[in-house]
Design a protein around this ligand. Sequence first.
Ligand code: NAP
Length: 259
Amino acid sequence: MIFQPDLLKGQVAFITGGGTGLGFAMATAMARCGADVAIASRKPKNLDPAAELLGRHGTRVLAVPANVREPDSVRAAVDRTVNELGRIDILVNNAAGNFYAPSGELSANGWRAVVETDLYGTFFCSQAVHPVMAKQGGGRIISISMTLHYQGWPQMAHATAAKAGVDALTKTLALEWSKDKITVNVIAPGPIPTEGASKAFAVGGVAIEEALSRHIPLGTLGTPEDIANMAVYLAGPGGSWITGAIFVVDGGSSLAKAF
Ligand code: NAP
């Protein structure tokens, strides 16, 4: 571990999509740094085994069902976290979903599902934790975006539009909530072979590693820990004077033409 084990001691992190992929890696890294962790998503099959593993780091863990598309569900999950863990210092907006679809054929429901999860979910969760953090005297909001909207990503109109919205929302919330000492930042990951990403990139029978690593200047795919390290940095003392910023963690891949 590259951080001190007590870096986040006494803090509570609320991580959407924290049972799988990058969310689980961020939850693990924060628990290893002493934070109590609430992981929130829709499916117990994603939450329960993850909570069991997270509990082994010795901090308190809460698996809380939530659908980030629904403000009432988000508020209930935030309330339960505050009731059971006492506070929320760190919000990680990580939940997302996507699928390839030619824009001319993308259904209204498909568009809504992705934009509501990635963009509306980020807003609803940020809005729900804002009064909690403001009352506590501050907090850290970290949203997970992407880099592929910088150049465009064919057949991903919904996801690219939503993540561009997340980037813009971040700057606005950073300005509005600076008075409450809440920092709001984005991490923009490059390609990381999580189960979710492997499904999204599984086109043309080409393995994700081969399809992606050839476009990465540093020559290898990233790992979930690469993203988790940036999240812990932003959540810890090093992040105290950083807000409204977008941190690209991608092995240089956004500098190269990927698609
Ligand atoms: P993942 O494992 O599929 O994670 C997605 C998570 O979101 C799941 O835990 C899922 O849990 C949760 N989720 C989906 N819809 C939800 C909803 N309506 N309400 C609550 N939770 C919901 O994928 P990942 O690769 O770790 O991606 C994590 C984040 O990184 C995403 O924001 C993604 O856009 C971003 N990202 C990933 C990559 C990459 O290469 N891996 C690159 C750039 C950006 P449930 O199904 O249980 O709800």
